[in-house]
Ligand binder design. Structure first.
Ligand code: ADP
Length: 270
């Protein structure tokens, strides 16, 4: 990624006006990428200048969710001299590890290489002026979360969990690591909550209460104004999934879907 120009200043450092929000989860498959992409589209639709850095090495799925793939392969960024111009999906500028590996090859990188890659994404990619930059991090408390803490100490963190109590344990840990690296926790999003049934009842496929529990535990010992809020509980939604599969975000195609409405409400709260 690095051109011959050497090190450049970090455009998203402490003096930047861009709000940086890292989206994290304790484990994979909880909907972190789906929510990051839909939140970004919702924020862009509200008139903000939005970018995403997809640093989820194990599951770089943002390009697909934002319609930036062809035959399953992510669109490549344009290069102008040393500058890398990010592809734009639904008004969101996106850079993804998936754009730099051939044909969706698996990425098995060690920490130092990941750190360098994220650093280069942040410095070498020309996002222009952004109001908000979302980072899609790999699940867990690993190297990337720590790198982000070092590279972007002013980043805020959104924690995604499912309603399952066991998922809450690992989600809490990812929030704790973020806080140890000095990042403020914006809130918790519970995803894959109850599935509405035709008779009006709700089926709690993945249990219930995980999101509130993570928010409660992350608030223990914090000053009242630093208490962590459960921002929303997003129901299971066939439309949210198919929107991701087809690259047409549901927040635009069907904003009345309960999952889409919940995501739009989070975007309005951020
Ligand atoms: P992660 O980034 O946490 O690994 P993904 O965003 O890739 O998770 O989501 C995993 C799968 O679950 C995807 O197929 C996605 O479409 C689906 N999914 C996410 N949230 C929901 C939801 N609320 N209802 C139904 N399917 C969902």
């Amino acid at each position: 990624l690095r051109g011959p120009g050497g090190a450049r200043a970090m455009p998203f450092g402490p003096d930047s006006l861009t709000r940086v929000i890292a989206v994290t989860s304790g484990k994979g498959g909880v909907g972190k990428s789906t929510l990051t992409a839909n939140l970004a589209v919702a924020l862009a639709a509200s008139g903000l200048r939005v970018g995403i850095v997809d640093a989820d090495v194990y599951g770089f799925s943002i390009p697909g969710i934002l319609g930036l793939t062809e035959g399953g392969v992510a669109q490549k960024p344009t290069r102008v001299g040393e500058m890398i111009l990010p592809p734009v999906g639904y008004g969101v500028k996106v850079i993804s590890i998936g754009m730099f590996v051939d044909d969706n090859a698996a990425v098995a990188w060690r920490g130092p290489m990941l750190h360098r890659t994220i650093q280069q994404f942040l410095t070498d990619v020309y996002f222009g002026d952004l109001d908000i930059l979302l980072l899609d991090l790999p699940p867990g408390t690993g190297d990337v979360a720590i790198s982000v803490g070092q590279l972007l100490p002013h980043a805020e963190v959104l924690v995604v969990t499912t309603p399952q109590p066991a998922a809450a344990d690992v989600a809490e840990r990812s929030g704790v690591v973020a806080r140890q690296t000095g990042q403020r926790i914006v809130g918790v999003i519970e995803n894959m909550a109850g599935l509405p049934q035709p008779d009006g009842s709700v089926l709690d496929v993945f249990g219930s209460g995980g999101g509130a529990e993570v928010a409660r535990r992350l608030s223990v010992g914090q000053a009242p104004d630093a208490a962590v809020e459960l921002l929303a509980s997003i129901p299971l939604s066939v439309g949210l999934r198919t929107g991701g599969d087809t690259g047409v975000p549901i927040v635009l195609s069907d904003p009345a879907d309960p999952a889409a409405a919940a995501i739009l409400a989070i975007a309005a709260k951020l």
